[in-house]
Write a protein that binds this ligand. Sequence first.
Ligand code: HEM
Length: 429
Amino acid sequence: MIQPQQITPPMSAERAREIAATFDLRALPADFLANPFPVYALLREHEPVRRMPDGSLFLTRHADLMAVYRDAAVFSSDKHVEFAPKYGVGSPLYEHHTTSLVFNDPPLHTRVRKLIMGALTRRAIADMEPGLVTLVDQLLDRIEAQGGGDLVEDFASAIPVEIIGNLLGVPHADRGPLRDWSLAILGALEPVPTPEQHAAGNRSVTEMLAYLRTLVAARRQAPGDPERDVLTRLIQGEASGEKLSEVELLQNCIFLLNAGHETTTNLIGNGLILMQEFPAQRKQLLADLRTAGTDEAAREQVLTLAVDECLRFESSNQLGNRRALTAATVGGVALDAGALVTLCIGAANRDPAVYDQPETLNLRREGNKHLAFGFGIHQCAGLSLARLEGRIAIGRFLARFPRFELSAPPVRGGRARFRGFLSAPFRTA
Ligand code: HEM
């Protein structure tokens, strides 16, 4: 069984300062990914605006991340400058990432976001709930028949692929390669991707583009309901006549398919593995759900708090990036125009200045202002959908298998940016 996460071990003040003062995201210690939180705590305390050897800054305080998120005019999301040396101008990864809304500033960002948000309305998301419940129950039936399985392979990763596939109207028969494409394209965002990660990412963008061209052509022939169908909405553009170019359309479809995929898989996988790591919390959550009984609103409230705490404690997306367009100051440190900034969501989410007992998982935590979905103009466009998936998946899994246990140590994805597991074998009881 996994031991509860360790808080910063006892060490001399000198050693603590040294660890913070030598932190380099491009040269992480071997044991960092298993538990980065003690290092984040040292950074927050001793080097909250850490200037790394490549000159970029690594921010770990909640208030500093908020200041950057709030000032989108100074802190740009546009990655043309940063990604040119990383991927090579004209490479599939470069074209993809520099055209997606998340890595652009207004006006492209605003145009695409408006179209996506128009289809992700509260009603549209509520309409997805019955299908989601059916899907989750079918997965649970299969797991029950086998007496267990793999939390990630057989459950967590099987949910977002269907939800996002439905959102864009990808036929079921075509969904097979979506997960691998997504893992490869987002994997290339690692601080220092390997040559294999570069190659797999480029190949996946090319394959995905080819696939989406045929999907878009078919949808142009037979449009869906633009109130519900994101792809039809992106194709048709706004009523005002503002349309996306073909490249903008295809690249943002790729982004959308990827954005809601690994992140949500990791929310569900991390959440369930936390239940195993913190048995007292699991017990309390099960008791709260029993008390809520058949009162759907009460159950939703209990699960909403639990899901948000899982997101705070083990954020699927640990890092974000911005570039200062002009000279600026963050956390009292002056930055030159052009400075690159890494926002460490995982560290900000455990900032003692904001959270009571931040290193403790508390599934009843109220007023949880975590930054797992970012903040400001780029705040996750799919957050309500992700929360719904988390509630239904974790809630129904626990209701069916309240005493499930891992049967072997879970295997980490091995990435600094996206935090989650590749596999986690378990028994239902
Ligand atoms: C637990 C699941 C998820 C997490 C942790 C997550 C996290 C994030 C974060 C941190 C950002 C902001 C990036 C930045 O500021 O640079 C973001 C943006 C975005 N996410 Fe999510 N996400 C999740 C699920 C989803 C889902 C299900 C969808 C799709 C339906 C989605 C669609 C998007 C989009 C379109 C953006 C770009 C928004 C913009 O640039 O305006 N995400 N997400």
